[in-house]
Ligand binder design. Sequence first.
Ligand code: RP5
Length: 165
Amino acid sequence: MTGSTPVAIIMGSQSDWATMRHAAETLDALAVAYDARIVSAHRTPDRLVSFAKGAREAGFKVVIAGAGGAAHLPGMTAAMTSLPVFGVPVESKALSGQDSLLSIVQMPAGIPVGTLAIGRAGAVNAALLAAAVLALTDEALAERLDAWRARQTDAVTERPDTTAN
Ligand code: RP5
């Protein structure tokens, strides 16, 4: 962890990387530095406490936390840091991520987690939100974010390719 790395991407398990890599790739596209780490609320609780309590001092500005199932990671992280925490519900096998979503979104008043959509869309949007927060004080990043969105707009064709499946 270094002071020049503004975003922490944490996830509960290696198995979450298939989803959370989309957050990482989006930050790569915006040239935003991040540190991706496995931090499990259940299996490595001491690692979670150490990470969350030290996140601000470590120089992070925003935390993206992805977890699935009984997904306590984003909420517990938010309980131990006042940095913005964006939660990504990972699509679970048993309940298709509905368990993850409800675990993350329904925080009691006082400890906020900005909860995104289930799966890849949530991971991409968490990265875009993190970038938008950082862009409040970084004009060059604001321009890269605008350019990213303009490219997305340009990529939408007027009509569907009717030969595609
Ligand atoms: C959660 O349990 C993780 O966030 C992951 O989504 C889920 C399953 O973990 P594994 O059993 O695949 O390691 O803590």
